[in-house]
Design a protein. Sequence first.
Length: 156
Amino acid sequence: MLKIRILCLGSIKEKYLKQGIDEYLKRLKPYANVSIIELPDSPIPTREEDCKIMLKGEADKLRSKLEGLTVLLDLDGKELSSEAMAQQIANWALYGNSTITFIIGSSLGVDESIKKQVDFHWSFGPLTFPHQLMRLVLLEQIYRFFKILSGEPYHK
């Protein structure tokens, strides 16, 4: 069974997001082993120099947890439809990638060193989402991918 990891900074405090995330984790159980790895986030500094230091520190935390094929959610990444991304995941699995780690950066993004290290940069388009909400959106899309790959209808 494919192992999918979502690596992110900070925890979810909003009850409605937790409920949505739990719902998609439950729906995904027949398709993949999905886990969320939360790393402590840092307070957002006010000085630009401190932001760079913060991103480097977060990069070290992220790097220590990278596993398998790595996908960074990145505004500058490749935009793919749900169908195309589902096929991409199927191809990765076909070529022996049994673990896929999706990375959601903090509200300041991720350090350049992480951008250079990952295997794939994926964009949800030019829109900006709060990183907490992005977890729910990502899980919904992963669920949609498995429904597409299974040939099952999905309209919710």
